[in-house]
Every structure is written in C-alpha cells, then in structure tokens.
Design a protein around this ligand. Structure first.
Ligand SMILES: Cc1cc2nc3c(=O)[nH]c(=O)nc-3n(C[C@H](O)[C@H](O)[C@H](O)COP(=O)(O)OP(=O)(O)OC[C@H]3O[C@@H](n4cnc5c(N)ncnc54)[C@H](O)[C@@H]3O)c2cc1C
Length: 386
C-alpha cells in the first residue's frame, strides 16, 4: 500500500488527501493551525465571514468532483429581486447595465486573447479604451489585482468571461466555505485519512512521497527554494455588519477602478443575526498604497450604494490580503510558467500559485490532483473516478 504525507489542510490539502485515499493510499495530513480549511475557513460567531473564498464557480473541475461525492451541500441562491440590485459604478454614478463597449468584448473567447500582450492594449483594439478599462476593472472580482489591464490578455479575458456568464457561475455554499471544508474533512476521515492539526512541519519527511499543499510563500520556506515565487494580488478587505434597510444594493462592481462590494446576507440570511446585513468589500491596492487607500475607496462605493450605512454600522473589520488571492499571470506568461508541481525526490507542490490551470481555488484543486497522480503514478481520470 502506498503511503503519502500531505502538508497543509486547506482546500488543496484536503483534495489531495481524499484523492489519494480513494486510490487506496494511506494518507497523513499535517496542518499547522488548530482548524482545517486554510484560507477557506469561515469565522465562528455571530458574523460568519469567510477568510477568503465566497464563490464556488460551477464551470470549474472542482464543481463536478465535489458534486460526484455529494460534498457541495446546500447552496444559497440569489433571490431574483436581489440579483436585480446589482449596480455598476461608471463615471462615478451607479448604473444597472454595463457600457455597451464592455459587452462587445465578451464575444471574444479567452483563446482569442493573446498570452503575450497586456489586456488593456489588446482589449482597446477590440472595443475601444472605455470598454477595455471597464472590463479590466470588472474582472478584478476574480483576480484581486490593482491593475488588471497590465496582466496577460488571455489570463484576464478568461476571468472576465467566467465572471460575467449567464446564468452566473458563482454559487454560494450555505453558511460559508467552512461548511464545505467540514464535509471534505468528514469524507477524508471516513476514508481513513489521519489528520493532525496543530502540527506545523519544519522539515520535509523523506520516508513517503510528500504533497506540500501550503501557500507558495510557506512552500518556499519549507523547501528552502528561493525560486518559488509568483505574482499575486494585494487587496484591502472590509467587512461590515449594518442594520438592514430595504433597497440596499446586492453588489456593486466598480468600473472606474478595480473593486467589488457584496451584501452576502442577500443570498444567505444565516451569515448575520436577524435584522443585520453582512457586507464585504474587496478593493485591490497598488504596492505603494496603504490599507487606508483601499478603505477610502470602499467607503466611497458604500456611500453611493448603501444609504445611511455609516449610521447603521454595528460591527466592522478591515485587513489586507497580501499575496493570498492566487496567481496572476503577466504578459508573456501562463500557468505553465509558474513553479512546477514536481520538485523531484518525491516532493510535489499543490496550491493556487503553482503550474495548474483554473480560476482561484481551482488551481489548488487541479494541482492537488496532479500532485497525487504523479506521486501514485496514476492518471487524473483514474483518480477522479477511483
Ligand atoms: C479575499 C479572498 C477572496 C477569495 N475569493 C475566492 C472565491 O470567491 N472563489 C475561489 O474559488 N477562491 C477564492 N479565493 C482563493 C482561495 O481562498 C484559495 O485559492 C484557496 O483557499 C487556497 O487553498 P490552499 O489549500 O491552496 O491554500 P491555503 O488555504 O492557504 O491552505 C494552506 C494550509 O497549509 C497550512 N500550512 C502552512 N504551512 C504549514 C506547515 N509548515 N506545516 C503544516 N501546515 C502548514 C496553513 O495553515 C493552511 O491551512 C479567495 C482568496 C482570498 C484571500
């Protein structure tokens, strides 16, 4: 029987553990913190904020894998009345529909967009500067970067297409991603996976193949390999609980600058006490900007879309997610250029900044599958249906 060690108990680590155990391996997971889930944790307490992900994209490979195993669980659909309350900030006023030039860009598939050019110059040729800029800013909802227009056109166009699909790809696990993680942990447990929490690993074990399913920063330290770097975003996060008011926007996408605000209780009432609404803003900031810059821009969006929100606030929290929002690809690079999964000597990387395709956590999922297939010498297809 194969034995495998997995370091990190986030979405990637749990995917790797379940996949390996389903293929008959004896798996041990070591997680540094006292809970599993990594960035996919959901806070306990009256305000069930997600540390990282909210949206589970149904177009991704993780969706069908989770569904086959009955792990998606109940979803919180967006009521049609709330969906109609999506607003777009354009030229500093709120509107309900995107500028026509931006819509024109959606006709192009990601394959038609070049890898080696920046999105802004390519998209300007297709739809004019105004449409290109609006589209670049809209795509920030799925890439968390302060200047999406400067990234690879193919990379941004894929995210733009997926984030604007109708019906929407974004689905929301009831009660947050923490519940999804609990179901994955239960599945791993039932398959006999040993899960050791509060177990930070400082030295790589050499007696079994190892899947290092940590952030890329942590993997760099653990492997002592300075080449393990890749670009990511920097985003101010602002969480607010406000007293409910009829007519508040469901979400606001900033087309004048990258930024997104969403009232997550619109689809899931269980995230905050009765009579209160939970809102999260994510505002990408440049390397020279501070958290305060992001907060100021979030407050401006809130002023536009949530009347009297300042007087209604009952709880508030701010932070910066630095390099935690997954890989971004610069012109001339694609996921294939990121740090390779196979590091030699039975060590494999899994995570959202390594050489695997997909949007956000899908990269963690895909790389976990590849890491296990390499470690066990089995094909992806074999493992998906094991
Ligand atoms: C603000 C924000 C919003 C996001 N929104 C979305 C979204 O809507 N949809 C989406 O799909 N994705 C989203 N993401 C991305 C998603 O959160 C990540 O891609 C995914 O959670 C990464 O999972 P992972 O397992 O690869 O890494 P992590 O979640 O970072 O897990 C790594 C784990 O390894 C552990 N660890 C680290 N070092 C060690 C060690 N030495 N020993 C043992 N354990 C160790 C850590 O404690 C952690 O639990 C978002 C991220 C952020 C920050």
């Amino acid at each position: 029987m194969h034995r495998i060690t997995v370091i990190g108990g986030g979405f990637a680590g749990l995917t790797a553990a379940i996949t390996a155990a389903e293929a008959g391996a004896k798996v041990t997971v070591y997680e540094a913190r006292h809970t599993l889930g990594g960035r996919a944790r959901t806070a306990e307490g009256p305000y069930r904020t997600n540390d990282g992900p909210h949206a589970l994209y149904s177009g991704g490979p993780h969706w069908s894998w989770l569904r086959q195993r009955n792990l998606i669980g109940p979803l919180a659909p967006i009521p049609p009345l709330e969906a109609a309350r999506l607003r777009l900030r354009h030229k500093d006023t709120l509107r309900r529909t995107p500028p026509f030039a931006m819509v024109k860009l959606l006709r192009h598939s990601a394959r038609q967009a070049p890898v080696d050019r920046d999105f802004m110059s390519w998209a300007t040729e297709q739809a004019g500067e105004e449409g290109a800029r609006a589209a670049a800013h809209y795509s920030a909802v799925a890439l968390f970067h302060h200047d999406p227009g400067a990234l690879s056109a193919a990379f941004v166009q894929e995210r733009l297409r997926r984030a604007t699909k109708l019906p929407p790809e974004a689905h929301y696990p009831c009660g947050g991603w923490g519940n999804l993680i609990d179901r994955m942990a239960a599945r791993a447990w039932n398959l006999g996976v040993r899960m050791e929490t509060l177990s930070r690993v400082d030295t790589l074990p050499t007696d079994t193949p190892v899947v290092v399913a940590t952030s890329l920063d942590a993997a760099r330290r653990l492997l002592g390999d300075d080449s393990l770097t890749w670009a990511s975003g920097r985003t101010t996060l602002i969480d607010l609980a406000v007293r409910a008011r009829r007519g508040d926007a469901f979400a606001v996408s900033d087309l004048d600058a990258p930024g997104w605000i969403e009232r997550f209780t619109a689809q899931d009432r269980s995230l905050a006490p009765a009579g209160e609404q939970l809102i999260q803003g994510q505002i990408p900031i440049a390397p020279h900007e501070s958290k305060a810059h992001g907060v100021a821009r979030a407050e401006h969006l809130l002023d536009l879309a949530y009347e009297g929100w300042r007087e209604r606030v009952v709880w508030r929290r701010e932070s910066v997610a630095n390099g935690r929002t997954g890989a971004v690809d610069l012109p001339g690079t694609s996921w294939r250029d990121r740090p390779a999964i196979d590091r030699g000597d039975g060590v494999y990387l899994a995570g959202d900044q390594v050489a695997a395709p997909g949007v956000l956590s899908e990269v963690s999922f895909n790389s976990a599958l590849t890491a296990v297939s390499l470690a066990l010498g089995r094909s992806h297809l074999d493992l998906k249906h094991a």
